[in-house]
Design a protein around this ligand. Structure first.
Ligand SMILES: Nc1ncnc2c1ncn2[C@@H]1O[C@H](COP(=O)(O)OP(=O)(O)OP(=O)(O)O)[C@@H](O)[C@H]1O
Length: 510
């Protein structure tokens, strides 16, 4: 329902923006055209007294969004990853948006668990604590299983959150329509697409089964990672609105005093966080994209623990290989090679000048290498790199922006553990290792194996396909394809046998 009943909601939003002093900043950040500015201010201003006041200690935009509630907080967080829409400065302000809200009652949580699992809380748990953390979408309780005595964490969605989000998202769509109507120029920023992206992300987070699936995929990928631990999902006690997992105890990674008191080496921890993140991104192409201190702890044995799998990043294998080569090129300061990789991958259109591009890349890399090792940032390097590649005609890709943002956050975590960490030195072995693994002879054999497996699957149809193609080639496209006779079947069997044998041989070798 995207009708005029949303008008009142928008007025309330505008009133809150006015009251918190955020209206001007937000209109500026979005480069709002005149008609939108005039309408927003004249409609909202008289109602400013009706808006929410918010916490005066926060910067205006953060204050306004926090006062407006969960959907706005989430929207702000998501916009913080879209500097292409809101500009760098606003993205920076929004990044500090705290996803903290007052908890809901333990009775409501228990009722939600009972409704989801079809069992009363007393039947499942022998203890069920007050909430240990509360955010805009869900909160977490500590509990103990009745049958095994095991400690678990139970994450429960906020009651009524789906409806609340739906209402706000409707109002967002309405606002996007109004903006597009008032200012056709704003269509360039595709306001509706931005809301659609937001809706997609949020709807995913409103189904805890998806988060459970992400957690278990992440756990499967990282099962052999030394010094890294993830909670295990209890699928039998999880559903759409409830997620139960093993309790993972630790010291917050942001609490240096507690880490020191536990006798842990902060430099080692900082380096480990960075290397883990890089190897997840490069090796698995699947990384935790919300790796701020609040989502990380360290166990007493020094294992890093990650929580909250609502936002994960995914990078396909091809892109990972290209980016590993690019990063490696930068590490070696071989700008010509970095430029060539961009061209070879088709990221930069062929009509651009490769030498000029290499020079632009040198201008990105050299100042960073000239820095004192403790200030070098791979995240910053990627940021500059994207600016240059965009100038040379490469399209921005959301998954790479997510990677770059997370890189900045992870570097921040590492540096706050130990300010002297040399990001390049720490990153180098991971990138090098990935390159050897993914581009060496073994990788070639693996790729070949995969290709053969696909060919084997197509085996029975392959001769027919080839024959048809040949017939079309020699007789022109109008000629109907001849039905295949016995020979293709023989070919198919032969192809499948040879292909299958090769795959088995290669797999045995690996
Ligand atoms: N399995 C667990 N074991 C121990 N503590 C946990 C576990 N899961 C969550 N927690 C605690 O609860 C906090 C919040 O968890 P999580 O981040 O998953 O919830 P959230 O509602 O998505 O919060 P936010 O959006 O603020 O990150 C974690 O930072 C951690 O301290």
């Amino acid at each position: 329902m995207r009708g005029p009943h949303n008008i009142w909601r928008l007025i309330r939003t505008g009133a809150t923006l006015e009251r918190t002093g955020a209206m001007g900043a937000i209109l500026d950040a979005m480069d709002a055209p005149r008609p939108v500015r005039i309408l927003a201010r004249t409609v909202a201003w008289p109602f400013a007294w009706l808006g929410y006041k918010g916490d005066p200690s926060m910067p205006p935009a953060t204050r306004a969004l926090t006062a407006l509630g969960p959907a706005y907080i989430k929207f702000g967080q998501i916009l913080s990853t879209r500097p292409d829409v809101v500009g760098e400065e606003m993205a920076w302000h929004l990044r500090v948006l705290q996803d903290k809200l007052p908890p809901f009652s333990i009775e409501q949580a228990k009722a939600a668990v009972a409704a989801e699992l079809d069992l009363s809380v007393e039947e499942i748990f022998e203890e069920f604590s007050e909430p240990v953390a509360a955010a805009s979408i869900a909160q977490v309780h500590r509990a103990r299983l009745k049958d095994t005595g095991e400690q678990v964490a139970v994450k429960v969605l906020r009651p009524g959150i789906e409806r609340a989000f739906q209402r706000d998202i409707d109002a967002f769509y309405f606002a996007a329509d109004v903006i597009e109507f008032l200012s056709p120029a704003s269509r360039r920023l595709r306001p509706r697409d931005v809301i659609e992206h937001f809706e997609g992300v949020v709807m995913g987070e409103l189904d805890l089964r998806l988060e459970s699936a992400s957690a278990s995929e992440f756990a499967a990928n990282t099962v052999n990672d030394q010094g890294f631990k993830l909670p295990q999902i209890k699928w039998g006690l999880s559903g759409r609105r409830v997620m139960t997992m093993t309790w993972a105890e630790g010291v917050p990674l942001g609490d240096n005093d507690a880490i020191d008191a536990a006798g842990l080496d902060r430099r080692v921890l900082g380096e480990r966080v960075l290397q883990l993140f890089l190897s997840h991104a490069l090796r698995d192409g699947y990384f935790h994209a919300d790796m701020h201190q609040g989502n990380l702890k360290v166990a007493h044995n020094g294992d890093i623990i990650a929580y909250d799998f609502g936002i994960m990043g995914h990078i396909d294998e091809y892109t990972r290989r290209v980016y590993a080569e690019i990063l490696f090129g930068f590490i070696q300061r071989d700008y010509q090679r970095v430029a060539e990789v961009h061209f070879e991958a088709g990221y930069v259109p062929n009509d651009r000048d490769v030498d000029e591009f290499a020079r632009a890349l040198r201008a990105v890399g050299e100042p960073i290498f000239g820095m004192d090792a403790t200030h070098i940032s791979m995240g910053r390097l990627l940021n500059y790199l994207f600016e240059v590649t965009e100038r040379f005609g490469m399209e921005t890709r959301t998954e790479l922006i997510l990677l770059q943002r997370t890189m900045v956050v992870v570097e921040g975590v590492a540096r706050s553990l130990h300010p002297q960490i040399n990001i390049w030195e720490v990153a180098k072995p991971v990138v090098q290792d990935y390159i050897t693994q993914s581009m060496g002879p073994l990788a070639l054999a693996r790729d070949l194996g995969k290709t053969l497996r696909v060919l084997t699957r197509f085996g029975p149809r392959l001769p027919g396909l080839v024959e048809n193609a040949l017939i079309r080639q020699s007789t022109g496209p109008e000629e109907p394809a001849k039905p295949s006779g016995k020979a293709p079947v023989l070919w198919a069997i032969l192809g499948a046998v040879i292909g299958g044998g090769l795959v088995a041989a290669i797999e045995a070798l690996l």
